[in-house]
Design a protein around this ligand. Structure first.
Ligand code: ATP
Ligand code: MG
Length: 353
């Protein structure tokens, strides 16, 4: 994806907050210029759908103003039920033939009317001797894209690229860790209502899946069992109270571990499915990110089930930043929530999606 052009501003509209990142590329690497997070009121986004457009527009306006970003060209992402990803193994063919074949394949594999979806594809691998190629087919519902694009336009921004979380996360991994041809790793982004998995062998994505579950279910359970507000439950979950005198009720730990165990079991089912269907090697390492990855017990619960080492993905590992502008400790604490947005900010104007 080494195309010329200026980087877009990454705009990640998640269930719990809007995240915005602007980077600059130089011969020294990727420089972090701006990073901001603006919380969204509960129910603004539900299952990836925009339910309260004006709340999202307000949050976008605020964060662009606070950060003094003048650039309006942005990269967005959509995920969840409205996106379908299929890996196809096809006989080797020319671009023009593939264009036609993709339409046909999409009709076979996509459970929506073809007129209702936007289709894109990417050649993962091709081998002249074997006469084979692997192609990744991506289809997303036009309606979902249009709804999101409309909200972003209302905030006077210009969406140039619509990506998906799984690929944004993969680009961040590649930037910070490179890749080893012989290695299979799993990337996991655990947000508020969505968990995105992308399993890579070398630089090639082998399996992606979105699980519609995340940290919000922990907050809901704390609210329900302890009869407290959303804000209080969020504070308890992160290990504190609404004020410094407040003590976290002792039940909280148990609620967290029960909900996290259920989430880790769901993650394991996807890992098992991958292992049962792959011809590639075992997963050597799981890198976890997203706001919910801040719960240490999630890492150990996934590790215990999968018997694979789980580490936190560091999205800023190879990103240059000015320590006078970004306090390293603060940035480190916010890093898990920045991954998708950083991945979007790596996208450029002129490249083909
Ligand atoms: N310190 C913390 N401890 C526990 N959970 C946390 C902490 N900080 C954030 N979270 C949780 O992380 C989640 C938000 O993460 P993130 O910003 O990655 O999600 P999102 O992009 O808003 O949502 P989604 O991608 O699911 O639509 C929330 O559920 C929040 O409660
Ligand atoms: Mg998210």
């Amino acid at each position: 994806m080494a195309f010329e052009g200026k980087n877009l501003v990454g705009v990640d509209i998640g269930t719990s907050s809007v995240k915005v990142i602007q980077i600059r590329q130089s011969s020294k690497g990727i420089h972090l210029m701006k990073y901001g997070v603006e919380p969204l009121p509960p129910q603004s986004i539900v299952d990836g759908h925009v339910m309260n457009g004006s709340a999202v527009v307000d949050a976008l306006n605020r964060v662009f103003k606070d950060l003094h970003i003048v650039q309006r060209d942005v990269a967005l992402s959509i995920s969840g039920h409205s996106v379908i990803i299929k890996k196809l193994n096809l006989p080797l063919m020319k671009r023009e033939e593939l264009e036609e074949q993709i339409q046909w394949e999409a009709e076979q594999h996509i459970p929506y009317e073809i007129s209702e979806v936007e289709i894109d594809y990417n050649i993962l691998w091709q081998n002249t001797e074997a006469g084979q190629m692997d192609v990744l087919l991506v289809a997303a519902k036009k309606e979902e894209i249009q709804d999101l694009v409309e909200v972003v336009r209302q905030a006077k921004l210009k969406p140039m690229v619509v990506d998906i979380d799984a690929f944004a996360m993969q680009n961040v991994y590649e930037l910070n860790y490179g890749f080893n041809e012989a290695e299979t790793i799993a990337l996991l982004n655990v947000g508020a209502s969505l968990t995105t998995m992308n399993i890579l062998n070398g630089a090639v994505s082998q399996f992606t899946r979105d699980i519609t579950n995340g940290g919000a279910s922990i907050t809901e359970e704390i609210q329900k069992q302890l009869q407290v507000s959303f804000e209080e439950a969020e504070a308890y979950k992160a290990g504190g109270g609404l004020n410094s005198q407040e003590v976290v009720p002792q039940e909280v730990d148990e609620i967290i571990s029960n909900v996290v165990d259920a989430l880790a079991a769901e993650i394991q089912r996807s890992l098992d499915f991958y292992m049962a269907t792959t011809s590639h090697g075992e997963i050597g390492r799981i890198l976890i990110t997203g706001g919910t990855s801040k719960i240490p017990y999630l890492r150990s619960a996934v590790e215990r089930r999968s018997r694979v080492p789980v580490v936190l993905l560091d999205p800023f590992r190879r990103v240059v930043f000015d320590e006078r502008q970004f306090n390293p400790e603060v940035l480190k604490a916010q890093a898990p929530q920045a991954t998708i947005c950083l991945g979007l900010s790596l996208r450029k104007q002129k490249e083909r999606v």
